[in-house]
Design a protein around this ligand. Sequence first.
Ligand code: 6R9
Length: 635
Amino acid sequence: MSNYHIKNFPEYFHVYRNSVRNPELFWEEIAEEHFLWREKWHKVVSWDFSKPEIKWYEGAKLNITENCIDRHLYTNAHKTAIIFEPNNPDEEAQHITYKDLHERVNQMANVLKSKGIQKGDRVCIYLPMIPELAISLLACARIGAIHSVVFAGFSSTALSTRINDSECKMVITSDGSYRGAKTIDLKGIVDEALVSCLCVEAVLVVNRINSEIEMKPERDFWIAPLLAEASKECAPEIMDAEDPLFILYTSGSTGKPKGMVHTTAGYMVYTAYTFKNVFQYTKGDVYWCTADIGWITGHSYIVYGPLANGATTVLFEGVPNYPNYGRFWEIVEKHKVNQFYTAPTAIRALAKEGVDFVDHHDLTSIKVLGTVGEPINEEAWHWYDDNIGKKKAPIVDTWWQTETGGVMITPIPFSTPTKPTYATLPFLGIQPVLMDENGNEITGNQVDGKLCIKYPWPSIARTIWGDHQRFKDTYFSTFKNMYFTGDGALRDEVGYYRITGRVDDVIIVSGHNLGTAPIEDAINEHPAVSESAIVGFPHDIKGNALYGYVTLKETGESRDHDNLRKEINQMITEQIGPIAKLDKIQFTEGLPKTRSGKIMRRILRKIACKDTSNLGDTSTLLNPEVVQDIMDNVL
Ligand code: 6R9
């Protein structure tokens, strides 16, 4: 029996039990039956979390691009691999077949080689969401170079820090990018960054917006003429299972970014297997993940996972509100998207604009909806379910991390009964545990604790680039023999998990541990509220008290703020209890967010504590301007 495609709930339980009873056999079968190997492994897994050292499929040889591209050529050469939907709806979408992709990746790989890139070299990719972005990742993988994608909304400082940390030899960028009605001068940002990067020898430039840019002789090269000359054949570099595939930086809550290192075989197996099951992708489906490839979600679930399954994956260059708030739904209708995967922050932003933008579009193609990135509040969940899925498409609330490489806790659609705000059950092979303050596992149900994983899975990150000690300290030192996620979670009466937020978001008020997510959830249910964020501030009696930042759907002086404050606290009292009432409620124009949509509570916490001396680096925020506004109006 193949365990590759789980089709119902009893099957999930059955396969799950086997996967944790005999993980080696389980992961061996999945790998054996569904991938192309140049040589088989001699050991499925070896691990020691105390070092930490983790190896999967040791001894195996492969190239991930043969699995993502070449093998589909036999049966699916003319199937669309990537649908590129440009920023401007009037620009024609591109359908890139597996055959086209094969040629374009090989040409790019040959260009990289011609500029001196070899196996093991690091290549920084700083591109907008255009086909060349996906192609560049795959071209690196083709020749065994390690890609390090930096989200093309990051500043020159953020870019140079990342380039220097992993000593990239090359940067791939574009003259500029389109973002809604704006254009961004990407090459200018790269030039600024490179002033302080001595390691970069060459810059390849894609022409996307036809802008006048400066090209530094000997260093900068337009990519098009090089591609035109390059051969469409490039033999794949045969990689070891544990050779690094990529580095991806994730911001710690403080300090310098961590370059998470993912390796080849395990990452491939896990992202492919999760993609198949979490989205129940079946032949002919069109799948769309709205994330940017600059995040792990884009790596795993726009590029590698879908392509390893021979799927059709949509790559969207633009933003949800250009030319208007209906753009997502227009694209779903246009390309008949079957699986749609986005973030709660996007759902809330679109919900705020009302359902008119949705109602103009035919969304009947949608079979599965997904969310990722932060806890989804109940109101947003229902809005998504009612208006987008029309109560027919299961919502997969997928919990995972840059460090985990793939989805870890999630419903399997059409199998696991969903429950709003719950990521529900572990994926096959994943063994989550909840730990208490004293380092003991909390057993049984209706409990909460710190979320750890007690057995390795194939796509767990192997180290932090250049700093293995930090890897150990951050993830493997809090609890003995456990991977510590940094998140808190609760397990309900049937064993479903609900992620309650980062553990550093837990606030202890009068001795009670309060997670921020459930309180924010209660607040967000108030009809006037769009979004909220809770932080703690010191309080003489309670130890900590709660400070809420709340954005309203409609701003304006006409609202009676004091009355709203009362109503909000009333809702919290009803849903959680008076212990969770807020001492201060500040109404704000917006909340400071990372580019991937996570609220930066660290900044809000400092402001609430009136400690604005050192807010840290706010340049990587999506909306740095709201910080000043919040400081000016602090209570
Ligand atoms: C994939 C990704 C990881 C952190 C993670 C957690 C939060 C992600 C979530 C979620 C609740 C979900 N998170 N998915 N919280 N429910 N479904 O987002 O990776 O950018 O590294 O962030 O995001 O706090 O620890 P990354």
